[in-house]
Design a protein around this ligand. Sequence first.
Ligand code: UDP
Ligand code: MG
Length: 328
Amino acid sequence: MSDFQTHLPILAIIVPCYNEEEMFPITFPTLVGLIDDLCLKGKVNDNSFVCFVNDGSRDRTWQLIESAADANPKRIKGIKLATNFGHQNALMAGMMTMRTECDCMISIDADLQDDIAVIETMVDKHREGFKVVYGVRNKRNTDTFFKKITAQLFYRIMQRMKVKTIYNHADFRLIDRVVADQLALFGEVNLFLRGMFPLIGFASTEVIYDRKERMAGETKYPLKKMISFAWDGITSFSTYPLRLIFLMGVFIFFVSMLLAVLAVIPVFYGKTIQGWASTVIPIFVFAGIQIISIGLIGEYVGKIYKEVKARPRFIIETIKNNNSETKD
Ligand code: UDP
Ligand code: MG
């Protein structure tokens, strides 16, 4: 390897695959070709590779990965998960296993809906010093009307819940190895990766691309999975829904006070039904108090939830004049 080569970053492309036997024969030569091309252009190290993570596929995906890896061991690696763990976990498995083998990695779906032409731009941005490069879709013209609306609603809610997310960014991104090392410190089980990188920090930028339609096979994200993923995104990053209960309780309590006054006034005019005010007022007041109490418990549950996640409290990028470092 020439001296020039050793300075180039080793790129790993991580591809989660679930029942992708139709897509794989197109995906692997495309990505290998792309890496060969980037090597020729002197943008990435010749040891760069693609890693396919088989997420418990029930079709022939793993056999295909194995034979491709046998035929081209330099460029193709494969990880076989024991069963189907889901897209996010499969991606995590790929990144955590390969982070010691490369300098930067790009995650991309097996269906190549994301434009691989911007991978070169991502690599360029990484060379400029960005540690995270988010792939961002410029428009959603390949989406159905329903998906467009629900996606927009999702980003809106996330914003309201004070969760930092990159608008129109899914899981097509480049990360530097140092970012992957930090990601390893996040011990959570309910993964929502796109929400985690903004938490980690480091210099980041975006590249814009058009998302295409799936070339072969069908979506592995039916509506049910999409909703549960969105729900995970909200509940894994925000305890705001719990606070809403508390606020709702306070609101109901004050409304009940107002209603209590309104219920009492007719008493002075003697126009009431016997026992009505004394029955209804406690119902109002106690409803408010109960919801406040639930909300208050929610506040603590939220804190416990954050504690058990054991996320790192801070992430240091560099330390200047670090003694412990110079001693080594
Ligand atoms: N995938 C996975 N495990 C799953 C579901 C999906 O590894 O349980 C992979 C799938 O093979 C693909 C990527 O995740 O590479 C995204 O899935 P898909 O393209 O079906 O989702 P969509 O683009 O329709 O949201
Ligand atoms: Mg897709």
